[in-house]
Design a protein around this ligand. Structure first.
Ligand SMILES: Nc1ncnc2c1ncn2[C@@H]1O[C@H](COP(=O)(O)OP(=O)(O)OP(=O)(O)O)[C@@H](O)[C@H]1O
Length: 357
């Protein structure tokens, strides 16, 4: 059974529509991420699920029961906030015990759960400290332990890693994922960081302007985007303007048959830098182009080349620059865009066709 089902959820602030009719279903134990740019409505959606604000229309159903009719404190939800929101005057243990006391659990049960939760987030031994004596990463661990201690049906996390430096972000995101897996707790995670979303999620919901653009596994979103927005927001993507004429794709002076694209009109060809062939040829249909190397970015394990072509600027990636391919700035090289690794989007941002090998 679906753990959480959201149907037709809409919300406006005064006259501004922030959530258009949102529909989504989340399975029990799933790590589900809302990913999108600032202002797309992720936080509003999360806070509406938590009950901190109310929708104008639509339903939120958990385990078959409408929770949107209940006040926030009766929704059985644990929440972790971007700014930690720990109580500064309470010790670590008191912070974690807070929700348990509010639920009037017996003292011994509270002690057991506090100890368990602190161990889980690796804060064993810090019971008597005050939050001010802890680092940002540790304070967020308190927030996580506090949310988990009540053993909620749903765990909601709103950009929990945004205030931490890059190294800590990766460390804590791994911990969050491990704990979530171990406990099998259904989690909704909000982030604007696409790499973070790819790393932790079972499924990602890409949002833009209050709408769901695509829902899928990280692999599906990265490899098979169905909307131009998702294609451009997750990972790096080249978009090359072209024209479709009854199945023939025209890019600059080149023309190639694009399978499954029978229409006519302006299109954009989307291809990832790692799929641009820098040396050699493509086994199937492809668009060959001449490219002037404008910039080389050497990153050790890989190198990125910015190429000026008749179809516009294209970024290409070589995975093993020392062994595979080396180009110098100013050089002109032949590149190939394999159709099997490309997708076509129309002027509305809808997928026209994705290349098939
Ligand atoms: N209380 C409010 N009153 C009026 N407008 C609001 C309110 N809260 C949010 N908004 C607006 O609603 C839109 C969506 O905001 P929301 O915080 O949900 O987006 P978000 O995707 O979470 O963005 P961010 O990553 O910046 O937090 C924004 O345009 C924001 O300015």
């Amino acid at each position: 059974m679906a753990e959480l089902r959201i149907q037709g959820l809409a919300k406006s602030y005064r006259d501004v529509r922030v959530l258009e009719s949102i529909d989504l279903t989340i399975a029990s134990g799933e790590f589900f991420t809302l990913l999108g740019p600032s202002g797309c409505g992720k936080t509003t959606l999360l806070r509406t699920i938590a009950g901190f604000q109310h929708q104008d229309r639509g339903e939120i159903v958990v385990k078959g029961e409408r929770i949107d009719l209940k006040p926030a404190h009766k929704r059985d939800i644990g929440m972790v906030f971007q700014d930690y929101a720990v109580f500064p005057h309470l010790t670590v243990a008191e912070n974690v015990a807070f929700g348990l006391k509010a639920r009037s659990l017996p003292k011994s049960e509270i002690e057991t759960r506090v100890a368990e939760s602190l161990k889980m987030v690796r804060l064993d031994g810090y019971q008597s400290r005050l939050p001010a004596e802890m680092s940002g990463g540790q304070q967020q661990r308190i927030g996580l332990a506090r949310a988990m201690a009540i053993r909620p049906t749903l765990l909601l996390m709103d950009e929990p890693l945004s205030n931490l430096d890059a190294k800590l972000r990766i460390e804590l995101r791994e911990d969050i994922r491990d704990i979530q897996r171990r406990l099998g707790i259904t989690t909704i995670y909000v982030t604007h960081d696409q790499e973070e979303a790819l790393a932790v999620s079972d499924r990602i919901c890409v949002m833009d302007k209050g709408r769901v653009e695509q829902i899928g596994t990280p692999f599906e979103i990265y490899r098979h985007p169905v909307r131009r927005f998702a294609a451009g927001f997750v990972g790096t993507m080249n978009f090359i303007s072209g024209t479709l004429k009854a199945g023939q794709l025209l890019i600059g002076s080149r023309s190639v048959h694009f399978p499954g694209a029978d229409g006519t009109g302006p299109v954009e060809l989307a291809i990832r830098p790692e799929n641009v062939i820098l040396s050699g040829s493509s086994p199937g249909a492809a668009i060959p182009l001449r490219g002037e190397v404008r910039k080389v970015t050497f990153l050790g394990r890989e190198a990125h080349y910015t190429l000026g072509t008749e179809a516009g600027e294209i970024i290409a990636q070589a995975m093993d620059p020392s062994a595979d391919f080396i180009a110098m700035e100013g050089q002109t090289i032949d590149i190939v865009l394999p159709i099997a690794k490309a997708a076509l989007f129309d002027a509305n941002g809808d997928l026209v066709s994705a290349g098939r090998p």
